[in-house]
Structures are given as C-alpha cells and as structure tokens.
Write a protein that binds this ligand. Sequence first.
Ligand SMILES: [Zn+2]
Length: 206
Amino acid sequence: MSTAPASLIVCHECDLLNEVPPLAVGEKAFCRRCSYMLAANRPQAMTIVFTFSLTALVLLVLASSFPFLGFSAHGQEQTVTLIQSIAVLMTQDHPTLALIVFALIIAVPAILLLGLIYVSLAIRTQRRLPAVRRVLRWMLHLVPWSMAEIFLIGILVSFIKIVALADVSLGLSFWSYALFTVCLLVAVQHLDKRELWRALGALPRG
Ligand SMILES: [Zn+2]
C-alpha cells in the first residue's frame, strides 16, 4: 500500500499545500499547520450521511407538527408550535426577521437534507441521477447557512430566563427538533468533499 502515490491537498482553512499519503480504513489526515481535517478514509461515511439525513428530515417534519413549548402562569395555559413561534415575529412587525429565522432554522436545513439524501442515494445505488453534481455543489454552499444548532442554544438560554416567570414545559416538537439538530450535525460531520466528488466522478455513465 505504501507504493501508492501521495496526493496533494490544499488546506481549506489556511491554504497550505499538504502531501497526503493513501489512508488506511479509519485513518484521517490533518493539516500540518492548522490541524484542519483534510481527508478521512471512512467507508461507512456515505451510509451515515444517508441514514442520518433521512432521520433528521423525518424529525424536522415531526418538530413542525406538534407543540414546541407550553407555558402556564396565573392559571392560564398556552402552547406554541415551532411555526407559531416564528409567526409571532410577523405579528410584531418583524416580517423580514421572521423570514430569515424561518429560512435558517427550517427551510435551509430541509433543502440541505433533501440534497444530501439525493447525492448519497446516487452514490449508494451507483446511478448518475439528474444534476447530481450541481446538487452537491449547492449543498456544500448551503452547509454554513444551516443554523439549527444555534437556534437550539438560543432556545435553551431563553428557556432559563422564562422559567423564572412561568411554568414552561418542553413539547414533543422541542425534543424532535433537538434530535433533528444532532442527526443533522452527524450527517454534516461525515461529509468529505474530496471523497464525494471522487465518488460522483466514478459513477457509471448512462
Ligand atoms: Zn491548514
């Protein structure tokens, strides 16, 4: 195996040109200067991306369908869904903000997951699905715009503040959204750009 040629990889973070030898299964290569992960040999990565993207998408649908938070104070009870919590911004004259929040925490993650499922399905089934290379390019651009985990942290911070004012209960949708965030992060963590482009390039024609 040591006779195979090393490949040159430019570090995404610091632009240093690194010489990376062929990796054994389970091995990873890091940048010499900034320790950014350059490549990894994870044969199961595509299966993980597919499984976790699909699970995340189902959880996102669940998260949009049930009560997200429940409040009770002074004998009054109220529950809000995820969509309602965004719609509140509309009624408070912040339509642009509502649109941005909706895009970053629901729409972009949903499009990203659909794209990842599409690309990983093409690789797993070895079929050159229509526009699959374009889909991958768009998905790689979208990754930084998916901010589900930031939203979740925001919710937890405000949760701590609201608890002092009212009895707050976490609904089924909250837990679905939390699990969705974890699955999305796992899927994104297993994206290996170099490996994805190589796998798409190796798909049979026709
Ligand atoms: Zn680097």
